[in-house]
Design a protein around this ligand. Structure first.
Ligand code: HEM
Length: 238
């Protein structure tokens, strides 16, 4: 007997899948590249340069990041519009988590538009006008310049917190919905694991952002490779 899937079911599954692969995988790579700033401007710029030397980069960006991001965001906004938060009626943690998932998704939609226009394309009037693409040697200086502005840094910290929550709790929802963890106890353990994972993503993300303001970020400078050689503006002192 042939099994029939409704269009909504397939779109929901595709929405969950695009959140984990490729977007979740991309974020890991991105967090790694940003964390290389702990070791100074040159190391970060070299890593960004390495990405820009990849063959077929434009196709990888369009197919692996921009299109999945567009589908995930637009369909996510449609789901959020249908959501009926009930935290006032039932104050259970899972109801709050449900609300945070949607709120962080909506914030990320606007944050990512700003972030990509700002750094990738250098197109936010009044802010940085140099695209990182094609200027990898200036990448650290571009980010560090923006992070000197308090409100820009605040938007990024919120973006890093929203991403940490959205990705980690999204993984939990994915694991439950795809039948990877069945049973109350297994789901409870997975939930705690995902909450710890959210905390780790938030700490690593904020530390990477701090590395554009202070050498070695929030860590003691003895833990990084010669970060003292780099000024916050990205020039290197020898
Ligand atoms: C410490 C905070 C962050 C820094 C320093 C940072 C830095 C950058 C830079 C420099 C670019 C341009 C890359 C290029 O042109 O090669 C970029 C692009 C991008 N970032 Fe971030 N980012 C941060 C946080 C985030 C967060 C929280 C997200 C959420 C998912 C994110 C998602 C993206 C995306 C989707 C792109 C476009 C990718 C591409 O064009 O290849 N970033 N980021």
């Amino acid at each position: 007997m042939a099994i029939k899937f409704s269009r909504t079911f397939l779109l929901r599954k595709l929405h969950q899948l695009t959140g984990v692969v490729p977007l979740g995988v991309f974020y890991f790579v991105h967090l790694y590249t940003n964390s290389t700033a702990l070791n100074g401007a040159k190391v970060f710029n070299d890593h960004v340069g390495g990405i820009h030397e990849m063959p077929y980069l434009l196709f990888i960006e369009i197919g692996g990041i921009f299109l999945p991001l567009l589908f995930h965001s637009v369909y996510g906004i449609l789901i959020s519009a249908e959501a009926k938060p009930n935290v006032m009626d039932y104050g259970f943690a899972r109801n709050w988590f449900y609300l945070f998932q949607r709120a962080s998704g909506i914030y990320l939609f606007f944050f990512l538009m700003f972030h990509i226009l700002n750094f990738r394309f250098g197109l936010v009037p009044g802010l940085n006008m140099t695209p990182v693409a094609g200027n990898a040697d200036k990448a650290y200086g571009i980010v560090a310049g923006e992070f000197q502005i308090t409100w820009v840094m605040a938007i990024y910290i919120l973006g890093l917190l929203a991403t940490a929550w959205h990705l980690a709790y999204g993984l939990f929802l994915f694991a439950v919905d795809w039948g990877l963890v069945i049973g109350e106890k297994a789901q409870k353990v997975t939930l705690y694991g995902c909450l710890a994972f959210a905390l780790m993503l938030a700490v690593v993300g904020i530390n990477a952002a701090a590395a554009f303001v202070r050498p070695c970020g929030l860590l003691p400078s003895s833990m990084c490779e010669e970060p003292r050689l780099t000024t916050p503006q990205g020039s290197t002192r020898f």
